[in-house]
Design a protein around this ligand. Sequence first.
Ligand code: ADP
Ligand code: MG
Length: 257
Amino acid sequence: MKNTDQLDALLRSLYLSSFVSNYKDFAEKAEKQKLGHINYLHELTHTECSERQRRRTERLINQAKLPRGKTLDGFDLTKQPTLSPGRLKELAEGNFIDQCENILIFGIPGAGKTHLASALAREWCLRGRRVFYATAALLVQELLMAKRDLRLNQLIKKLDRYEALLIDDISYIPYNREETDVLFVLLAERYEVRSVVITSNLVFSQWDTIFKDPMTTRAAIDRLVHHATILELNESYRQAEAKKRKKAKEEEKPPEN
Ligand code: ADP
Ligand code: MG
């Protein structure tokens, strides 16, 4: 075929962009290797499917707004004796999302909560899940603005599109009553409908400082833990790394006499 413009246009109208970029090269190869029509078509279709899958995952990861560079491969498990590789792998599969269950990650600052949550979320995206990451501080501000503009419901519906919502550092800022209320509404709306992943420096007994009155605190905790996996990271990775660096530096120094 001399003029392939029409074929290109037809393929594009079917959204087969990978066909468009590959069919000529693949045809040459198929001819040389005597692959036959069916194998040629199979190879083209296979490439189209993998390309689509790659683009979809890329889109999911971009939409998730995850902190950069936090992967599961880069997460050192030796520092976290409560987390086995098997457990981590199971969490990475993301099956809890189908049951609308939650994950709560506790630990002191620097323990790796944000890293772990983001790395897991990345894995879920790779498995085709729609995920969204936000710090609690920013999320609460967004919710508050939405409430003031009478579109809180709309925003909650929009967040509903995400199968797992990561709320990082729920205990970081001192909330006022209005902020607590919108956060509570969001959690209540997602209860048993969508998953939530929360990280916190504060243990439950200190959550009064987040939700202010004991009733709301109790109601929030009850909903979150009803179907939840709780992970506790207790050593500060940041501090351990700093100690390691200090020790290495000291060992480099020649002994003083
Ligand atoms: P947290 O959210 O608990 O305060 P972060 O996840 O921000 O802690 O971790 C602090 C820093 O230490 C980050 O740069 C993170 O990538 C790194 N870090 C923490 N835990 C680990 C770990 N187990 N393996 C590798 N890096 C880690
Ligand atoms: Mg953090």
